[in-house]
Design a protein around this ligand. Structure first.
Ligand SMILES: [Fe+2]
Length: 435
């Protein structure tokens, strides 16, 4: 495609990209449409996935009421683990196997939707857990075929999981998250009701907002799809296929919204305009990264979540210590973009401009510093942790973090610069603190 120099054709490389999308409905009150939509997919008996903290919520009550109104029989599965593991997903698959369901409705954050996706796979196509994951952790066997219908309804504004064919699951024995990816994991229907995020506390809006911010910049600065090898068969084209004109379109708009509304949405739960826009931006960023893939900030985030000690996030339910996904990503992002900018300076500058940064008279060599400084200023104003040190890690952890992160080979290869173990260690060392 000649519309952009970034996608200039390269002899022998990919010359096409594919867009995969569910049907999307967005608007306040849209949860009331769940029943009619589920019925349209032939669902007469639904498994309703949610988590222990949401099961008594108004959102789940509205979903149940809509399903009941459509005459759909419902059984609730609320044992979703926040940060799902292989064991928790397999337990959910057992629930599906035995229930006589003809579809799934998920109401919750990324953990709920990702658990539903994984459970649908292992209930329909039982296998050892690593089978469908990419090497080196998995066997790389494709998910064999279609799954029962899935209506996904997010209650946070970050993950974008409602519009992606990706599911992030932690392998308990290795204590590391890996991504299960297949077009068959795409929900059939995404229903986004921004009223669900009215009650989210500030730290949750900040964490999920930075998740979506990084999704958008990572998509926009990812290796161009034309720099990946051409696939031999259409069905072999991966979901992590690199930046492309479709992902650009959505990433740029998501960044513009984040630049305008993230601070407002964190500061004021009653600011419906800001929270509605963040909710829409999360879906846009999902439409982008579900068709391009993310790169280094996400690849490195799983090691951060694995190795962080004693970080207890404020505003999150439960008493456990863990690093919420968006925070584990954003502590890496400024350091990553300082490193990647030289490979695509114009894209890093455009990302900074969309976020509201001043790029007038900026030279290409300034791109990394400008976009990173803009992200850091948003981190400071929304009071998220100051780099790795803010989540209990030090410079001495950089080697072990890099050793863990290097296993995320596909996402690392999606970065615009070739990146090895030494570079990842350096990125972690530069991510210890930013102010
Ligand atoms: Fe993410």
């Amino acid at each position: 495609m000649g519309c952009c120099q970034y996608f200039a054709p390269i002899e022998g490389n990919a010359d096409a990209f594919t867009v995969e999308m569910p049907r999307v409905t967005f608007g306040r009150g849209a949860l009331s449409e769940i029943g009619e939509r589920a019925l349209g997919w032939g669902i007469r008996r639904a498994a309703l996935f949610t988590d222990p903290y949401l099961v008594e919520s108004e959102h789940v009550a509205r979903a149940r009421s809509s399903l009941a109104g459509a005459g759909i029989d419902v059984a609730v599965f609320s044992e979703v683990r926040i940060e799902p593991t292989d064991d928790s997903v397999l337990a959910a698959a057992e629930f599906l196997k035995d229930g006589g369901f003809d579809g799934v409705v998920s109401v919750g954050g990324g953990s709920v939707m990702d658990t539903a996706k994984g459970a649908l796979v292992y209930a329909k196509y039982p296998a050892s857990f690593a089978t469908y994951f990419a090497p080196p952790v998995g066997a790389g066997t494709p998910v064999p075929g279609p799954l029962p219908p899935h209506v996904a309804c997010p209650t946070t504004s970050g993950t974008g999981s409602e519009v992606t064919g990706l599911s992030v699951i932690r392998f308990a024995a290795l204590n590391v998250k890996f991504v299960l990816a297949s077009r068959y994991l795409l929900p059939d229907e995404a229903i986004i009701d921004p009223a669900c995020i009215d009650t989210l506390p500030p730290t949750v809006v900040a964490s999920t907002g930075f998740d979506l911010l990084s999704h958008a910049i990572e998509c926009y600065t990812a290796r161009a799809y034309t720099r990946w090898a051409k696939v031999a068969q259409a069905n072999a084209r991966p979901m992590i296929q690199g930046a492309n004109p479709w992902s650009d379109l959505h990433a740029v708009e998501a960044l513009r919204i984040v630049g305008n509304y993230l601070e407002r949405g964190v500061a004021d739960a009653s600011d419906h305009e800001a929270r509605d826009c963040l909710s829409w931006a999360a879906t846009l960023a999902g439409m982008a990264f579900g068709n391009s893939g993310t790169h280094l900030p996400h690849a490195l985030s799983y090691a951060v979540a694995q190795m962080s000690r004693d970080f207890r996030p404020p505003d999150y339910p439960g008493s456990g210590t863990f690093v919420p996904h968006g925070l584990s990503v954003i502590v890496n992002s400024p350091s990553v973009f300082r490193y990647t900018a030289q490979a695509a300076p114009e894209r890093h500058l455009e990302a900074a401009r969309c976020l509201g940064g001043d790029v007038r008279d900026a030279a290409p060599e300034d791109a990394g510093e400008i976009v990173s400084s803009k992200i850091v200023s948003l981190m400071r104003s929304t009071r998220v942790p100051n780099g790795l040190s803010g989540v209990g890690l030090t410079k001495n952890d950089a080697v072990a973090l890099a050793d863990s992160a290097i296993r995320q080979s596909r996402a690392i290869a999606n970065a615009p610069r070739d990146t090895g173990l030494d570079e990842i260690r350096d990125i972690f060392e530069q991510a210890v603190s930013y102010w």
